[in-house]
Design a protein around this ligand. Structure first.
Ligand code: FES
Ligand code: FES
Length: 159
């Protein structure tokens, strides 16, 4: 018999409670139990960054966290960026600068950028490249993503 544990957390401002097996990863919980499939699963080894979400405001790799570790936490996933039909400035900037192609890396990247821009409204080039460099993107060559970050900074300033 498999034992489960009751956990509760806030995700994108909504409260959730569920019974989970202690071995369930956070990304499997978000996707499989809560149906928030915007968070992608790539390497499952904490390397590619596709599964990045914000855990109490900090960017974490949800494939190497257990769901039980998020008990009591505030989480943000890509679904928490837009306000209804209005894209978040980071999303709008990615759209305008063509910062995505297949989109597989995009949700995780956007959450790391969201964390960066919550910490500082004027990140240095090094901070931007360090943030982006933690994510594997096989399509864009990264330049368009850098441009999208700069545009997002501008958009957030004038918001
Ligand atoms: S799927 Fe989590 S870091 Fe790659
Ligand atoms: S847009 Fe395809 S992996 Fe980044």
């Amino acid at each position: 018999m498999t034992s489960t544990r009751r956990i509760g957390m806030t995700v994108n401002g909504e409260r959730y409670e569920a019974d989970v097996e202690p071995r369930t990863t956070l990304v499997d919980f978000l996707r499989g139990t809560l149906g928030l499939t915007g968070t992608h699963v790539g390497c499952e080894h904490g390397v590619c960054g596709a599964c990045t979400v914000l855990w109490n405001g900090k960017a974490v790799r949800s494939c190497i966290m257990l769901a039980v570790q998020a008990d009591g936490a505030e989480l943000k996933t890509v679904e928490g960026l837009a306000r209804g039909a209005t894209l978040h400035p980071i999303q709008q900037a990615f759209l305008e600068k063509r910062g995505l192609q297949c989109g597989f890396c995009t949700p995780g990247l956007m959450l790391s950028i969201d964390e960066l821009l919550a910490r500082t409204s004027a990140p240095t080039d090094t901070e931007i490249t360090d943030t982006i460099g933690g994510h594997l993107c096989r399509c864009t060559g990264y330049q368009a993503i850098v441009e999208a970050v700069h545009l997002a900074i501008e958009k957030l300033r004038t918001k």
